[in-house]
Design a protein around this ligand. Structure first.
Ligand code: TMP
Length: 233
C-alpha cells in the first residue's frame, strides 16, 4: 500500500508499508527559474529514474551511503526515508550557469580546482546562495554533518567525473542534496540526472542536460535519451 506524501517539481513521494522507506515517482514535468518556466520533457521521468539509480549504485559501491534501495518500475524506485537537509550543494569543474553570470566569465572556463557552494533550499526565496558559515550558524545541520557533506560531495565529483568521461561526457557542474536517516546517518538523497547536472559532449561541447530546456535550445528529449544511451544501452 502506498500513501501520497508530497509532490515536488519533478517527483512525487509516497509512503510505503515499510516505515523506513519511501517510494519515489519520477514525472516528465520540467521547471526552470524557480518554476516560472514550466514544460514537459517526454520520458524524462523514466530516463532520470534509471540514470539516477545507475549513478547512486556506483557511488554506494565506492563507500558513500545513498538513499537508493531498488528500482521497482520505469518511473518508480524505493528509497530510504530521510529528513532532507535544506542545503543544495553545488560542485563545479568548469564555469557555467549562475557562476558565469555572477562572475562575468565565459562558460567553459576551466577552474583551477573544483569549487563547492551552498544554496538554501527554499522555493519562496528562490534557493539563495549562502556563505558557507550560514549553514551551521543557522542550524541547517551540525558542524560534523556539514564536514561529512563537503567530503562526500568532493568524492562524488571525482567518481562522477570519471564515469562521465568513460561515456565521453564532461561533467561541468552538478547539484546534490543530502538527508538524515532515523539513525542519524547522513546519506545522499534526491537525484543525479541531466536535470541536476551540466553535461557537455566531450568532443563537440554540445549540451546534453536541462540547459536545453532552460534556454530553449531544442532537442531536449534527444539529449536526455543520448545520455541514457551512453550509460545504459
Ligand atoms: P547554476 O549554475 O544555475 O547555479 O546551477 C548549478 C548546477 O545545479 C547545474 O548543474 C544545475 C543544478 N541546479 C539544480 O539541480 N537545481 C536548481 O534549482 C538549480 C538552480 C541548479
Amino acid at each position: 500500500m502506498t500513501e501520497f506524501l508530497y509532490e515536488g517539481k519533478a517527483k512525487k513521494i509516497f509512503k510505503t508499508d515499510n516505515p523506513e522507506e519511501y517510494l519515489v515517482y519520477f514525472k516528465d514535468d520540467a521547471t526552470a527559474f524557480n518554476a516560472q518556466k514550466k514544460g514537459t520533457v517526454l520520458e524524462k521521468g523514466i530516463i532520470n529514474n534509471k540514470l539516477s539509480n545507475y549513478f547512486f549504485k556506483i557511488i554506494e559501491s565506492r563507500g558513500i551511503p545513498t538513499h537508493f534501495v531498488r528500482e521497482i518500475s520505469d518511473r518508480e524506485s524505493i528509497v530510504k526515508k530521510v529528513k532532507i537537509i535544506p542545503v543544495e550543494v553545488i560542485v563545479r569543474n568548469k564555469v557555467a550557469g549562475s557562476m558565469a553570470k555572477r562572475m562575468g566569465i565565459d562558460e567553459g572556463f576551466i577552474l583551477k580546482y573544483p569549487t563547492i557552494e551552498f544554496s538554501y533550499k527554499n522555493d519562496e526565496l528562490g534557493d539563495p546562495l549562502m556563505a558557507d558559515s550560514y549553514v551551521v550558524a543557522l542550524g541547517l545541520c551540525s558542524d560534523d554533518d556539514f564536514n561529512t557533506i563537503k567530503k562526500y560531495s568532493m568524492q562524488i565529483n571525482e567518481i562522477l567525473k570519471e564515469e562521465m568521461l568513460k561515456a565521453e561526457i564532461i561533467l561541468i557542474d552538478f547539484k546534490l542534496e543530502f538527508g538524515k536517516t532515523s539513525d542519524d546517518t547522513i546519506i545522499l538523497a534526491d537525484e543525479i540526472s541531466p536535470d541536476t547536472c551540466r553535461l557537455w559532449d566531450a568532443k563537440t561541447n554540445e549540451k546534453l542536460d536541462k540547459d536545453r530546456f532552460r534556454r530553449d535550445l531544442g532537442n531536449v528529449e534527444g539529449a536526455y535519451k543520448e545520455v541514457l544511451k551512453r550509460f545504459l544501452q
